[in-house]
Design a protein around this ligand. Structure first.
Ligand SMILES: NC(=O)c1ccc[n+]([C@@H]2O[C@H](COP(=O)([O-])OP(=O)(O)OC[C@H]3O[C@@H](n4cnc5c(N)ncnc54)[C@H](OP(=O)(O)O)[C@@H]3O)[C@@H](O)[C@H]2O)c1
Length: 247
């Protein structure tokens, strides 16, 4: 993928995505970079339940994927099991490898990752699944919850073109419902970057789900843990209705 090529087709797609979501363009950060993620290499930081599941779905969609975690041996065996197109590396290698990144780690790991991977993530589309859970992540999770996870993650991962994605549904549902017949399960998305959102829309579709753009990062709190839509496998119409989004 050429990161800096933003074709007319992609520009139209962005406008449609933003328009459908009822977003004012003033909310969006206009930054250089492509929304076309066809065949993009994906770097996954955190190859656990969510990262491992999505990586496998994107491999099936034709992407090359590098998995990373704190356990390189595990990632090497995961990549070997998944076969062609799957690679393993350290978090730094995966962050450098990916044209698009998925970060899916315990929330308490984000401050350190934001510092360690600052050079690699700068300017890249980063899908963030991480939920602040005080019982697991300690006090920093309370601060993140108070700010809203979207706002908090953007502070912890400066320079990333951040999209909140895949944080509100369980991994078992991702495994069982991907590409299901009939109306697909909706995945709410939020970002301040319109082109990054368009990339995320495509990646959600390729994983076998229905993207629903909720709005800027400030609105990501509407699908944070504890909110009514969190943890539910809703259709796009049900999700839009629950969040009072335009159909
Ligand atoms: N489980 C769900 O259904 C679900 C749904 C939506 C959102 N989420 C959120 O998504 C995130 C991931 O959830 P999960 O269930 O996939 O967790 P998980 O199965 O525990 O996987 C976490 C992954 O992060 C890696 N990791 C931990 N610390 C790291 C660090 N400092 N640097 C690099 N990698 C690190 C772990 O590596 P090691 O195994 O080597 O420690 C593991 O691969 C969490 O924030 C969670 O709250 C989870």
């Amino acid at each position: 993928m050429n990161k800096h090529a933003f074709t007319n087709i992609n520009r139209r797609r962005f406008l449609v995505v933003a328009g459908v979501a009822g977003l004012g363009l003033g909310l969006m950060t206009r930054s250089a970079g492509a929304a076309d993620v066809s065949g993009a290499k994906i770097g996954i930081i955190g190859s656990g339940h969510i990262g491992g599941t999505l990586g496998e779905l994107w491999l099936k969609a034709g992407h090359e994927v590098m998995f990373s975690s704190l356990d390189l041996a595990y990632d090497q065996s995961l990549a070997a099991r998944l076969g062609a197109g799957a690679h393993a590396g350290t978090p730094k290698q995966a962050a450098a490898y990916g044209e698009v990144l998925l970060i899916s780690v315990p929330y308490a790991a984000l401050p350190q990752l934001g510092r360690d991977l600052a050079d690699e993530i700068r300017g890249k589309v980063v899908l963030d699944t991480c939920n602040p859970i005080p019982q697991r992540d300690g006090d920093m999770a309370n601060e993140a919850k108070a700010a809203g996870a979207g706002i908090s993650s953007a502070r912890l991962l400066p320079g990333a073109r951040l999209v909140r994605a895949f944080n509100s549904v369980g991994y078992r549902m991702l495994q069982s419902e991907a590409h299901r017949a009939g109306e697909r399960v909706a995945i709410p998305l939020a970002s301040d970057d319109g082109e990054a959102l368009a990339s995320a829309v495509k990646l959600v579709q390729e994983a076998g789900f229905e993207p629903v753009v909720v709005g800027p990062l400030a609105r990501a709190r509407e699908f944070d843990p504890g909110m009514p839509v969190f943890g539910k496998a809703l259709t796009a119409a049900q999700l839009r209705d629950a969040l009072s989004l335009k159909p």
